[in-house]
Design a protein around this ligand. Structure first.
Ligand SMILES: CC(C)(COP(=O)(O)OP(=O)(O)OC[C@H]1O[C@@H](n2cnc3c(N)ncnc32)[C@H](O)[C@@H]1OP(=O)(O)O)[C@@H](O)C(=O)NCCC(=O)NCCS
Length: 120
């Protein structure tokens, strides 16, 4: 289940963000969380499975599009389709907007939206 970020999720969200490639310093993670908390165009969601928050997906909204800035799943729950499901749920939330990616999120999102059949 996708949940909108709230302050009580701050620690778990920082932990999940730290799995993203790049600068993982506490300062950088705090800056990122602060952006999601204060900038209305930056939306952060967590994925809840039973009682645990095991995934995170963050987007930057534009006029006609949004950019998937962050996506991360707790290593204990990877390879179970959580990442793909989060992407599908976010795309379903904003069906009228184009979904863009960053250099970091591009490969996974491309994989998620690839058709299963007709490999080439
Ligand atoms: C990327 C990530 C969110 C995927 O979450 P997940 O729940 O394991 O994903 P799913 O189970 O839905 O999909 C797994 C599939 O995606 C593939 N995959 C994982 N990371 C990938 C990546 N960076 N690029 C392309 N494909 C990737 C897996 O190889 C697997 O493929 P398979 O189904 O053919 O075996 C997770 O691996 C993660 O948190 N990685 C660390 C954070 C990160 O690097 N984020 C940026 C990359 S988008």
């Amino acid at each position: 289940m996708l949940l909108r970020y709230k302050k009580t999720y701050e620690k778990i969200a920082m932990g999940l963000l730290s799995y993203m490639p790049g600068d993982k310093s506490v300062k950088k993670l705090q800056e990122l969380i602060a952006t999601y908390e204060t900038d209305e165009n930056w939306l952060l969601y967590l994925w809840k499975k039973e009682e645990d928050l095991i995934g995170l997906i963050g987007l930057e909204m534009g006029e006609d599009e949004y950019t998937l800035q962050h996506i991360s799943v707790n290593p204990s729950f990877r390879g179970e389709g959580v990442g793909k499901e989060m992407v599908a749920k976010v795309q379903a939330l904003f069906p009228d907007k184009n979904c863009l990616t960053t250099e970091t999120t591009n490969a996974f999102i491309k994989k998620c939206t690839m058709k299963e059949e007709g490999a080439d």
